[in-house]
Write a protein that binds this ligand. Structure first.
Ligand SMILES: Cc1cc2nc3c(=O)[nH]c(=O)nc-3n(C[C@H](O)[C@H](O)[C@H](O)COP(=O)(O)O)c2cc1C
Length: 220
């Protein structure tokens, strides 16, 4: 058990945004599937899992993707680039999720209508900003889980949000109502690559607030 905890800490401490990938090295299909299934264990609001992934491996498709992503060379050098898609439609997995909760005894059948109402109202109406936030935050947790799991499989990653979302979605047949919070380049670290030391992280005191954010203004 202690060893497993150390593995998690190593994954967190050792993850870096890697730019130097071994070009032309492919990720075995089984490894890629395992990685995506591990990431799919990420937590999500009401367990709705509002994410989809487009795996881009074909060199021609990577070339196209690079064109929309500020010409970043890692897009072509990585073994694969994942387009992380966030789905603001809260209904997509709702019934499957409720079926599972009911089957496993989390809820009684009678609660289904209440939960359905909560899910449909909690994140604002269809097309709202709140639904976009719902989708993006959950997809970001999926993405982070994937980046950590990748390390456990000997893979390195690089999150990318430098891209033109609208034309890129069109080029990859991603429906208009979906969001793309980020791409993730994945591959193997080039053997002669030397990473610079990890850059600036703020000290604990600069971002941690105990009990309230602004002590001066807190009422009561
Ligand atoms: C959502 C997100 C988007 C990012 N987009 C880019 C990008 O477009 N290009 C890039 O070179 N790095 C990008 N990065 C990488 C960051 O610059 C990097 O995470 C940061 O400098 C910290 O370095 P580290 O990941 O090695 O700890 C992105 C990171 C995140 C989390």
């Amino acid at each position: 058990m202690a060893l497993e905890i150390m593995d998690v800490l190593d994954a967190v401490k050792g993850r870096r945004s890697v730019t130097f990938f071994e070009a032309d090295r492919t990720i075995p299909d089984g490894t890629l599937q395992e990685l995506l299934e591990l990431a799919n264990l990420a937590p999500s609001s009401f367990n709705l899992q509002p994410w989809q992934v487009v795996v881009v491996r074909d060199p021609e498709r990577k070339k196209i993707l690079r064109r929309y992503a500020l010409d970043q060379s890692k897009i072509e050098e990585a073994s694969a680039v994942l387009i992380v898609v966030a789905d603001p439609d809260v209904k997509v997995n709702l019934d499957s999720m409720l079926d599972s909760w009911e089957e496993l005894g989390y809820i009684k059948k009678a609660s289904r209508a209440t939960i359905t109402h909560m899910v449909r109202t909690r994140y604002g109406p269809e097309g709202s900003f709140e639904r976009k936030i719902f989708a993006a935050k959950n997809a970001a947790l999926f993405a982070m889980s994937l980046m950590l799991a990748a390390r456990g499989l000997g893979l390195e990653t690089h999150a990318i949000d430098g891209f033109d979302e609208r034309p890129m979605k069109k080029a990859f047949a991603i429906p208009d109502d979906k969001l793309v919070p980020m791409l993730i380049a994945i591959g193997y670290l080039r053997s002669n690559a030397v990473l610079l030391p990890r850059a600036f992280r703020r000290p604990f005191e600069d971002f941690v607030h105990f009990e309230v954010y602004g002590a001066d203004q807190a009422p009561g």
